[in-house]
Design a protein around this ligand. Structure first.
Ligand code: DP6
Length: 331
């Protein structure tokens, strides 16, 4: 079967020269309406659309250059990696989409600006920055929508990290993935805030990829997810456009909890949330009863992320002194 992303790369590569040094940046993102479940695992084609907010200067700086030593070299946060590490082999496999068998040894250098203490995964920003850097290095003239389509092959959530701000990834329908890419919403919300409450910053128990596939394969609750998630995504998009923070927050929190419910029903169960995550949620819910306007969302890990508006920031940081606050529309 044809693959739209691979076709785009091979068409663009016809006019490409040898790789040159090129540096790119992509922000990480947090989904307010989650991507959970694939209809095609090799292309990372989702069963439902998703909507995220990008994390401004928290992301990945990636440089691609010809390797002078004549062999591939991958480094992450200043450390040259062994080729057997997961990061290095994934990055090179992705670069192979562009090299297509040509002998073009590359040096790939990535530096994440996401504080390690935040415990956020960086595959979204990592593959988005690598896509931008490879396209630049090979001087391909591709649009951002096309780069989003290509980044999807690395990791689904990377589809959304091509842009800043609020971003929607439409699930698309085409088998070759030609209509499954992300686009930004033309909405600026200067008072929008995100806080990361770190719970467990070590490596996660299961990758999001394994957790997602296992849930689709075994959870009797998963059947209810795709339609509900699609409706949540549409609703959240409408609330972002209206800047209705309360309705947006309530639905984003419900969407995240529903995603975690599908995992808990998987056989055997997957539980990314720990006692500490639940304790944070209890504290948040108690504070909300007393008027705090903040909502939670959680991904394939124990950390809790809060969304709120600028006027609630002091209350949030008093309640959670460990919170790391991000301003997505700064500057
Ligand atoms: C829970 O994008 O990491 O963070 O496509 O298999 O690489 P792959 O999965 P990944 O899954 C992210 C799942 C999530 C929700 C989200 O970001 O939408």
């Amino acid at each position: 079967m044809t693959d739209a992303a691979r076709d785009l790369i091979s068409k663009a590569m016809v006019d490409a020269g040898d790789p040159v040094e090129f540096a790119a940046y992509a922000p990480s993102n947090i989904a307010l309406s989650k991507y959970w479940g694939k209809r095609d695992r090799s292309r990372n084609l989702p069963l439902n659309s998703s909507l995220s907010i990008s994390l401004a200067e928290w992301g990945s700086h990636t440089e691609v250059a010809p390797s002078e030593s004549g062999i591939d070299q991958v480094s992450l946060n200043g450390e040259v990696l062994d080729m057997g590490t997961a990061f290095a082999s994934k990055a090179l496999k992705f670069a192979d989409l562009f090299r297509a068998g040509r002998a073009q040894p590359l040096k790939i250098t990535t530096r994440n600006t996401i504080p390690t203490a935040a415990g956020l995964a960086s595959s979204a920003s990592g593959f988005a920055a690598l896509t931008r850097a490879l396209c630049g290095s090979f001087s391909l003239s591709l649009s951002e929508a096309e780069m989003s389509l290509i980044a999807r092959l690395g990791s689904g959530s990377a589809t959304r990290s091509i842009w800043h701000g609020f971003v929607r990834w439409d699930k698309g329908r085409a088998e070759d993935g030609s209509d499954s890419f992300a686009t930004p919403l033309d909405v600026t919300w200067p008072d929008f805030r995100i806080a990361i409450i770190p719970v467990d910053v070590g490596p996660k128990s299961h990758s999001s990829r394994d957790g997602m596939n296992h849930t689709v394969d075994t959870s009797p609750l998963f059947a209810a997810w795709p339609d509900q998630a699609e409706a949540d995504c549409d609703f959240i998009e409408a609330m972002v456009r209206e800047q209705n923070f309360t309705a947006l927050g309530q639905r984003a929190e419900a969407n995240a909890l529903a995603m975690h419910a599908t995992m808990q029903a998987a056989r055997p169960a997957i539980t990314y949330l720990t006692q500490d995550s639940w304790a944070i949620l209890e504290r948040l819910w108690a504070a909300r009863k007393n008027g705090l306007e903040a909502y939670a969302t959680m991904d394939a890990g124990a950390n809790v992320k809060l969304i709120f508006e600028a006027q609630s920031q002091d209350d949030v940081t008093t309640l959670f002194p460990e919170a790391q606050v991000i301003v997505p529309f700064a500057g």
